[in-house]
Design a protein around this ligand. Structure first.
Ligand code: SF4
Ligand code: SF4
Length: 427
């Protein structure tokens, strides 16, 4: 692929594209000075070592296509294979807003093969049916067959459904009382796939927050916040779903969001929205529970969006490190994406699988017994990789890591939430 020489454009703050310039809809694209500081931050470049799989290469390809120097078909592959982890953004001295640029680019092509899934996520009855079907197929062993014999994309999707998956379906308007003395109120965001496959994580979160003295309100809310739509070329629908989610949580009480991808998206759409990561929230408020020491070699694999967009991973790490019995193990490339990238793992299973395999190797080398990560997609994909490798290490949400150490048990009012059945963790 040899793009023709770039059109001359004076770069810098004084130059702006005219409204009819195809680059006008991509502000910041020209700010790339080709320095390459982003290369080693990029998980796809780290496994392939090809310029076209790097942020710098993708920026050049996008620009070449927009300027008509390369046909769009030629740049599609590398731009599709970006997992949108956004690790290139904090690494970039020119502040190129790559995440927004790529989302705009994908909006031009639409959601493609992801359209059916994206249509289901915001429709609660259909989503629950999908969740039930996936749990049933897993319990009957049929997903195991799909994992072994299905086409590549189906294999990736099937692998991501964890054994023992459960749903969490509280009645809208549930209020779970704090263990006294109460010290505040939070609202709980349920998520889409999370509420269908990671119900144990949501139950761990409610148990933990109640033990920590927080009343938990679970208001009626859309079954999808739109984050996956934004990643997948359905920007208008994404913004509509984000607006509806914001409206479902009026007021200033913190909204606990267990998936960092949703957290970052909801905040970026409205910076005043009081969304909070549960570990960061508890680190700031201070833990008060009596915790039992559980000796464990624990790795922390911060979700990309907590790290690269919210930039709060250090606070979550401090809370985990302070847990009794935890021996924090450092694994190579902890700061890199696991390859999940929203639903990138299903769209691009080959490259996402290479990124995942490297992550699993790093966890094995470090001798981790458990790896904590606070994002539904990462939990599912990382869990799949560890299971496939026959690893003794398990993936779990940090709220599970913490809830496993609680001495307290929730009071009898826990049943008021109408949760489907007890359970814990993932992976
Ligand atoms: S978003 Fe992630 S995968 Fe995509 S170019 Fe940036 S660092 Fe690479
Ligand atoms: S770090 Fe920023 S300016 Fe440098 S090559 Fe990467 S995107 Fe371009």
């Amino acid at each position: 692929m040899n793009p023709a020489p770039e059109t001359f454009r004076p770069e810098g703050a004084s130059w702006q594209p005219t409204p009819d310039d195809p680059l006008a809809a991509f502000p910041g694209l020209l700010d790339c000075v080709h320095c390459g500081f982003c290369l080693e931050a990029c998980p796809t470049y780290r496994v392939r070592r090809e310029e076209t799989e790097s942020p710098r290469g993708r920026i050049a390809l996008m620009r070449a296509a927009l300027e008509g120097r390369l046909p769009e078909a030629e740049v599609r592959g590398p731009l599709e294979r970006c997992v949108l982890c956004r690790a290139c953004e904090p690494a970039c001295p020119s502040s190129v807003p790559w995440g927004g640029l790529l989302e705009r680019w994908r909006d031009r092509r639409g959601p493609g093969l992801a359209a059916p899934l994206l249509a289901v996520l915001p429709r609660r009855p259909l989503l629950r049916l999908l969740g039930l079907a996936l749990r049933l197929l897993r319990a009957l062993g049929l997903l195991g067959l799909a994992e072994r014999f299905g086409p590549r994309r189906l294999r990736a999707l099937a692998a991501a459904v964890p054994p023992g998956a459960s749903g969490f379906h509280p009645s809208a308007g549930s209020l779970l009382p704090a263990r006294p003395p109460a010290r505040g109120r939070v609202r709980l965001h349920l998520g889409c796939i999370q509420a269908e496959l990671l119900g144990g994580v949501l139950r761990d979160a409610t148990r933990l927050l109640r033990a920590e003295g927080f009343d938990i309100e679970i208001p009626a809310q859309p079954s999808c916040c739109g984050a996956l739509h934004a990643h997948s070329g359905a920007g208008a629908r994404a913004r509509e779903l984000a607006r509806r989610t914001h409206e479902a949580f009026p007021g200033e009480d913190p909204v606990i969001v267990l998936s960092a991808g949703c957290l970052a998206f909801l905040r970026e759409q409205d910076p005043s929205f009081p969304a909070a990561d549960p570990m960061v929230f508890l680190q700031r408020r201070g833990l008060r529970s009596s915790l039992q020491p559980l000796p464990e070699r624990l790795a922390w694999d911060p979700p990309c969006h907590l790290q690269n967009v919210c930039r709060e991973e250090a606070e979550a790490a401090r809370l985990l490190e302070a847990l009794p019995g935890v021996e924090r193990v450092a694994h190579r490339g902890a700061e890199l994406c696991c390859g999940a990238g929203g639903i990138s793992f299903a769209r691009q299973p080959a490259l996402s699988g290479e990124v995942l395999a490297d992550k699993v190797r790093a966890l094995e080398e470090a001798g981790a017994e458990a790896v904590a990560t606070g994002n539904a997609g990462c939990l599912l994909w990382l869990g799949a990789g560890l299971r496939r490798a026959g690893s003794a290490c398990r993936a779990e949400h940090p709220v599970t890591t913490l809830a496993r150490r609680l001495r307290e048990r929730p009071g009898p009012d826990a049943t008021r939430c109408g949760a489907s059945r007890p359970g814990s963790g993932a992976g």
